[in-house]
Design a protein around this ligand. Sequence first.
Ligand code: C2E
Ligand code: MG
Ligand code: MG
Length: 707
Amino acid sequence: MVDDPLSSPGRSGLHWIRLLTEAYSWISSVAFLVQLLLIGIGPGRLVLAALVSSVLVSWVLWPKRDTWLVALVECAVVHGAVFVLPTPQPALGFVFAVTVRRALRGGRHERFPLRALPALLGFLTGFTAWVSVGSAAVTGPVVASVAMPLVGLGVVAMALHEAVRSATLVQDAHRTVEAVVRASPVGHVLLDAEGAPRLHNDRARELLAWPAREPGRVPCPHGPDITACTRGCRSADDAVEVRVTRADGSTGVLAVHAVPVQDVSEQHTLVTALDVSKRRELEDALRARAERDELTGLAGRTHFLHQVDGALLAGEAVGLLVIDLDGFKEVNDAEGHEAGDWYLVSAAERIGRAVGPVATAARLGGDEFAVLAPGHDVRESARLATRILSELARPLTGLGHETVIRASVGIAVSSAGVGTADLLRDADTAMYVAKREGGGRIRLFRPEMGERVLARQRDKADLRTAVSDGQLVLHYQPIVDLATSAAAGAEALVRWQRPGHGLLGPGEFIGLAEETGLIVPLGNKVLAGACEQAMRWREQGRELGVTVNVSTRQLSAAAFLPSLDRVLKTTGLPPERLTIEVTESVWADGAAMRGLMEVRETGVRVALDDFGTGYSSLSYLQRYPFDVVKIDRSFTGALSETSRTAGVVRCIIDLAEVLGAHTVAEGIETQAQADWLRNAGCAYAQGYLFGRPDLAENWTAQPSVPH
Ligand code: C2E
Ligand code: MG
Ligand code: MG
């Protein structure tokens, strides 16, 4: 601390008292020594002089040490001196010298009164002996001449000792405080009533970047001098943060805390300044992390929602776009997470570019992005969404092959009183509708969409219950041998006996089951039910093969083959009695296609359902063997109308034959259709003409012939 009122006068006062006392002790002792040598009598004086010298030598060698040995030597000297000198006064002078010196030197320990006693006793015993040998008459004045100085000496020495001891304690305490303040990583400044720094440590000087000689001012967030602050910085409970420029030009942040301190005479302010630059840096970095999405650098979810809050509070029209990438899961699964990340970053860049400075783009999580477009009405928001989709759709190279990013966009535009959560939910609902309609499109939120989404959520929950509670029912439709009109097999078609809704056809819930993944447990139930039924027919002597529809999503699941094996084992159905029906969409899914070929290796037959309606590709048909090709009922329905359809159907039948597959014509409703197909070489048929899908119990009347 500089300008320290405690240390300077205290320290120097004590110093002078010590110096004077030391001088007095030395002068008195040396005078005593000289007296011994010059006016002492007998050889004993030389011994005493030597002893006095040894005491003086000990003062030089160990100025701060006081031992019993020295005290005893003093006792002997004083006692003997009474006899070798003509009067006892010189010995008394020596007692004064050593006692006063001891009172000051031994300031810190408590042995002072005890150590002073030997010299005193030595003198008293010597004096008594001196008197008793008749050297002086025991008169009142003689005794008083010795007793009074001795009493005075005692009082003065004790007072000196106590004064020095207290001053030393204060000095020690001060030194400790000073050391603590000096070593403190916190800058301390004591301002006087005028705001001028009275005391400060080096750390304060360094932190506040004061010039070397004179102390400067303590700044606060509202100005360069905290004492001039009228906004409560001098009495704040918490520290305020102040940005300072250091001597080397760098900037730092200080936490400055000012508290009033009432001194004896005036009001001071104690200011502490702590360097919080590192903490602030870290906090800033964390905040930036929270504000930004780490992967894409776009705004993060929380920060984005705050921005939407702010825009809505400002009361202007706000367009909110929720963008979900289509097929991202497939990219991630097939190409790996690194490629997935790269795909997301590319999408983010493109969204950011399309949006420009007029709106804020954010990543809400996963493959979901959002855009806040302040001041955008429906038309402008839709235009922005179109821009985003076309920017995303530009060819993207980098995954080893060219690809495009498709996305579904939902738009919600704010209306009076709408909150952030509502707006986001609406945009999300619209996005969900866009996705359900096939993706790659933009949908504007309409209130009925919300109801549809809610209804869909209810359906989802009910379907889950249906799968677990046995509400699924299997109907069977005969597959007839056109040559004999006898049933060769049956296609299992699932229905949902939904409480309160009646019997629902698959068209009403298979899509939802596929979307939610419920198709896997649902498909397993159908598979097991159909195989059990085929076994039951077998036990009744009816050799009917069973055909089960399997969706692509089911096939691509790794667990499909094991569960198929398990069903065949538990039911005991020979694999060739089971046919799996898939649609042409299976060609678009590598995993499902591989799964299908594995199924075929087990001996289970594979049928291509609804042939001619999907991604019909002759090259696929050639590459991947199928046992059955099912001609879609749109062809059979149109047979009589145009000869062109008849030609196509004939082609399909011929092609299937070349590839070694049977043909099953679907949707036969008239005898004419059946006859035409039989003549065209189609082996099997299925349709209302032969029988509608029905419960197995109602099948007793159906014709049955060995397959
Ligand atoms: P699909 O496999 O092509 O099944 C034939 C559909 O045509 C059945 O409709 C059947 O009732 C109908 N149908 C049969 N004969 C005629 C006819 O002469 N005229 C007309 N107009 N229609 C006829 P359904 O039962 O509604 O099944 C529709 C689709 O649902 C099925 O088409 C199949 O793709 C799917 N599906 C049915 N059950 C399941 C299942 O368990 N799992 C999976 N993944 N899909 C299933
Ligand atoms: Mg089918
Ligand atoms: Mg079909």
